[in-house]
Design a protein around this ligand. Structure first.
Ligand SMILES: *Cc1c(COP(=O)(O)O)cnc(C)c1O
Length: 396
């Protein structure tokens, strides 16, 4: 893999005609160390946020030993990349064949579920195994989160009693898990969810061995600056400590975004300018799905050796495909003299960016370059850099 000092260095040295993915292993390692050292329990990396094997190895080297996988392909990928890792199959609706292969071939013992049907499926697929860690997924509110995960999965309070009692019977260890939605902007999301957990435990009167507070830990984007992660950890720990669970109960979390967002960014080139619309060479079918479909505003920076004197102005982007939906409304703030041929870095794409890329219409990105400069924003840098160097980054 090529290694460069900075995003600007890559743009000026290579003048790439196709989008380039930049990776920053040191930023992912810093995030992993933060969770390993400061979360008052165990942190499972949610692989779907970014399944890159290089990232998986970086997280492993920085203390992440457990991985939340949701498909048999993710099970195989992590088992192959990190043979010592512990895998937890946390999708509540699985193919029976996937459960069987995970259990019998890859040694997976931890599964989530939200119905009696799924419990029976797991028991059939594992031949009534007696060494299972089974986590019942509760439905909780997504009201504090930017992306809801509240409608698809999770048992309702009225259904949890029977489900928890049946799962307790079948499981060696019984867990309760939930997901507050992605990019939770307040620790209250977790406190509220833990109150739902309390109600479910009291109602079912079962002994619970694992509380898994899921993902949802935020990263930092323009217009979305969350409180410090320590405030989330404190709220979670206070809630966990007050639950009626066994003294030896474990606390788990499943961060995806928070461990991977700072890992990568992209460099794109402006191919056309029409007023305040820039036609760039990556888009909704590439790394910018969330920018197009949920209006996510990623940070941007103009990569020019000579700093622009122009004022910033709001721009929107069109991606390279022939599809009108390949449009990112932004607004993305860039110097008003941005022009055809300019390079732009779009930051904080390590989570749900690189992972969503397709080859639709023949546009994709194959070049991955490691850089040593800081990500465009960070929840972990000390001191936290303001959005990195306004709009222009100097080489060196
Ligand atoms: C997507 C997902 C995660 C990761 O969520 P983030 O918001 O990226 O932290 C964790 N657990 C489960 C079950 C998920 O589906």
């Amino acid at each position: 893999m090529h290694k460069h000092h900075s995003a600007l260095g890559v743009a000026t040295a290579l003048k790439p005609a196709a989008p380039v993915t930049l990776i920053r292993p040191q930023a992912a390692a810093r995030a992993a160390r933060f969770f390993s050292e400061k979360f008052p329990g165990r942190s499972l990396y949610a692989v779907k946020a970014n399944p890159s094997p290089d990232l998986l190895r970086t997280l492993w080297d920085s203390g992440i030993t457990h991985y939340d996988v949701a498909s048999i392909a993710e099970v195989r990928l992590v088992a192959e990349t990190l043979p010592q890792a512990k895998l937890c199959f946390m999708h509540p609706v699985k193919a029976e064949e996937a459960i069987a292969e995970a259990y019998h071939v890859h040694g997976v013992r931890t599964f989530s579920l939200d119905t009696i049907d799924e419990l029976e499926k797991i028991l059939r697929a594992t031949h009534e195994a007696t060494d299972l860690e089974l986590c019942v997924r509760l439905r909780v509110s997504s009201e504090h989160s930017e992306l809801s995960l509240a409608s698809k999965f999770g048992a309702e309070l009225g259904e949890t009693r029977e489900l928890l009692m049946a799962t307790r019977q079948a499981a060696d260890a019984l867990g309760i898990c939930f997901h507050v939605g992605s990019q939770a902007m307040s620790p209250q999301a977790y406190s509220d969810a833990i109150e739902r957990v309390r109600a479910a435990i009291v109602d079912a009167a079962v002994t619970v061995d694992i509380i898994d507070v899921g993902g949802g830990f935020p990263s930092v984007y323009p217009g979305m600056e969350p409180p410090a992660l320590e405030a989330y950890f404190d709220a979670i720990y206070r809630g966990f400590e007050s639950l009626p669970i066994s003294y030896s109960a474990e606390l788990w979390c499943e961060p995806g975004r928070a461990l991977s967002a700072e890992y990568s960014s992209i460099i794109v080139r402006v191919e056309r300018r029409r007023g305040t619309e820039l036609y760039i060479n990556d888009g909704a079918y590439g790394a910018l799905f969330d920018a197009a479909h949920v209006g996510w505003r990623f940070p941007v920076a103009l990569l020019r050796e000579e700093e622009s004197e122009a004022e910033n102005a709001p721009f929107s982007f069109y991606g390279p495909t022939c599809d009108d939906m390949d449009h990112m409304a932004g607004p993305f703030m860039l110097p008003d003299d941005v022009a055809v041929g300019d390079y732009i870095e779009i930051g904080m794409l390590g989570a749900y960016g690189a992972a969503m890329r397709t080859g639709f219409n023949g546009f994709t990105s194959e070049t991955i370059i490691e850089v040593e400069d800081e990500p465009m924003a960070s929840l972990y840098a000390d001191p936290v850099p303001a959005r990195r160097r306004a709009t222009v980054i100097k080489l060196g």
